[in-house]
Write a protein that binds this ligand. Sequence first.
Ligand SMILES: Nc1ncnc2c1ncn2[C@@H]1O[C@H](COP(=O)(O)OP(=O)(O)OP(=O)(O)O)[C@@H](O)[C@H]1O
Ligand SMILES: [Mg+2]
Length: 365
Amino acid sequence: MPHRRNVPKNQRRILAERLKELDCLYSISKISERKGLTLDGVIRRIVRVIPGAWQYPAIAGGRVRLEGKEYRTRRFVPGPWVQQSPIVVQGAVVGAVAVSYAEKRPERDEGPFLEEERNLINVIAQRLGEVIERRWSERRLVEYQEKLRSLAAELVQSEERERRRIAQALHDRIGQVLALANIKIGALLEASADPKLTRDLAAVRALVAESIAETRSLTYDLSPPILYELGFEAALDWLAEWIGQQYGVVVEIDGNGHGAPLSLQWRTTLFSAVRELLVNVAKHSGAKSAQVRLHRKGGMIGVSVADAGVGMDPARQGKGELEGFGLFSIRERLGSMGGEVSITSRRGKGTTVTLSVPVGKPETT
Ligand SMILES: Nc1ncnc2c1ncn2[C@@H]1O[C@H](COP(=O)(O)OP(=O)(O)OP(=O)(O)O)[C@@H](O)[C@H]1O
Ligand SMILES: [Mg+2]
């Protein structure tokens, strides 16, 4: 027969108190781990479980102050019977947690409060500090990511602007000076009676003509005026030819956007994205041809670039990790403007990257 020991009454009371403390700390960890709660929500819930762990829960209230904000239970009374502990984050006091009694109770270790309650409130303040620090660093991370995203978008946009500026300068300044030189040489040639001079002038004119052709093709490479003058689909035809000449990859263009209205911003964004995707096909896929398909579904215009090459490493897809700047910037730029990018690829079976954007104006500039 097991020996039954009688637990003295005051020890039972002490045990019950410790149980309340454990319960309180357990609830605090549960709440702070709960997914989907904002920091506000976490603190509001934590403040409610604190008074229950004190000796006189019926007259106890809780309060948390954090950076000018206050969370308190109904029973909190900022009177003479308050016990509190500072909340510290990275060495700085950012707030405090407090427990109050609404009525007088016998004097104990710290006014009406017990030494155990002092220890408990300190532990609670420390836990709160940890929770707040974690949430703040998560928020900072998200802010950094957003900043990075808009920087990437801005970078692509300014690259496009710069390309256009240089193209224009090439065309307007150098191109026109060369054209003028060409005319002058023509006039000299006509006036020349000296066969040697005529021969030399003809050679110079050939050189000038070559420079004019080079300037023109450089201008196009940088920023095809077709994109601005004739629109996206005409520019794609030009791009297909350019990729063929530069990389030896045959580009087939299929379907059309049914004359869907694309704002200038979407046109330049999609154009530079398709150029990057086709350069990727040439650089990475090993395929000798690529297919560009335009389609329109509902309010969205889609452009896909497909190849039947080596395919991407599945571990790399969709996660953004190990991407170069090309895919990363396409994703960020389209994403920030309300568009989407999806990639399907299988080892040895090729890659298809689809860009979809809403018809009409992009969301942001
Ligand atoms: N069409 C493709 N076929 C096979 N692999 C590809 C294809 N496109 C991209 N990849 C893979 O995805 C990676 C990331 O492409 P991304 O364009 O982001 O960077 P990159 O082309 O390597 O460099 P960058 O574009 O910055 O010059 C590539 O390094 C390549 O391994
Ligand atoms: Mg690339």
